[in-house]
Design a protein around this ligand. Structure first.
Ligand SMILES: C[S@@+](CC[C@H](N)C(=O)[O-])C[C@H]1O[C@@H](n2cnc3c(N)ncnc32)[C@H](O)[C@@H]1O
Length: 189
C-alpha cells in the first residue's frame, strides 16, 4: 500500500527528468553549500539520486554519502544510475536514522521533510547524527508557492514551523539562506 503523504515510488523517473534537471541544475545549486572533499553527507529521502550523485561528486572518493530512503524501489532506481562507490544506500524509515551519533558533516533533505511523521522527532534525530560543527540543510516547498506543482499545500511546512522544530532539537543558528517563488532553503547548525 502506498502512504498518502509519501511520493509514489512508481513515479521515480519524474524526479530525474530533463525538465527537473533544467529547473534545479543540482551541481550549480549545491555549489552554494561549500562542501569539501572527504566530508560525510546524509541525503534524506534520496529518491533515485537527483541530489545524491552531485553530492557524491562534491565530497569526492574520500568522502561518503549516505543515501537514505524508505522505498527499496527508489534505492533500486538510484543503483540503476550507477552512483560512484562513495554512495552508500540505507533503507530506513524516517524519522529513525540508523546511523551513529555525530556521523555527518551535512544532513541534506530535499522535498522530504513534509512527508515525515512526526516532524519533531526527525529534528531530534538530525541533531544526534550531525557532528557538533555540522549542518542540516533542508529544501522545501513554500506553502504560499506561486505555482501548483509539488505536494498539496496542506502538507507543506513553513520555514517558521521547520525552524521551530530544529531550534527545539538544539540547533542554535537557523537561517533561511535562499528562496524563490516556490521553494526555500533552511540551514541549521
Ligand atoms: C519528493 S521525493 C524527493 C526525492 C529527492 N530528495 C529529490 O529531491 O529528488 C521524497 C522521497 O522521500 C522518501 N521518503 C518519504 N517518506 C520517507 C520516510 N519516512 N523515510 C525515508 N524516506 C522517505 C520517498 O520515498 C521519496 O524518495
Amino acid at each position: 500500500m502506498h502512504d498518502e503523504r509519501r511520493f509514489n515510488p512508481q513515479h521515480h523517473h519524474t524526479l530525474v527528468s530533463p525538465q527537473r534537471q533544467a529547473r534545479w541544475d543540482p551541481p550549480r545549486f549545491l555549489a552554494r553549500l561549500g562542501l569539501q572533499q572527504g566530508q560525510t553527507v546524509l541525503d534524506l529521502g534520496c529518491g533515485p539520486g537527483f541530489w545524491t550523485i552531485p553530492l557524491a561528486e562534491l565530497v569526492g572518493p574520500t568522502g561518503k554519502v549516505w543515501a537514505l530512503d524508505v522505498s527499496q524501489e527508489m534505492l533500486d532506481a538510484l543503483a540503476a544510475r550507477n552512483p560512484p562507490p562513495q554512495v552508500h544506500p540505507l533503507c530506513a524509515k524516517l524519522p529513525t536514522i540508523d546511523l551513529p551519533d555525530d556521523e555527518v558533516d551535512l544532513a541534506w533533505g530535499a522535498f522530504v521533510y513534509h512527508e515525515v511523521e512526526p516532524p519533531q522527532r526527525l529534528a531530534v534525530e538530525l541533531r544526534r547524527v550531525t557532528k557538533p560543527d555540522g549542518r542540516v540543510i533542508i529544501l522545501e516547498w513554500r506553502p504560499d508557492a506561486k505555482h501548483d506543482d509539488g505536494p498539496p499545500r496542506a502538507h507543506r511546512l513553513s520555514p517558521r514551523q521547520l525552524a521551530g522544530w530544529l531550534r527545539e532539537a538544539g540547533f542554535g543558528k537557523i537561517a533561511q539562506t535562499w528562496h524563490d517563488v516556490d521553494a526555500y532553503l533552511l540551514e541549521a547548525s
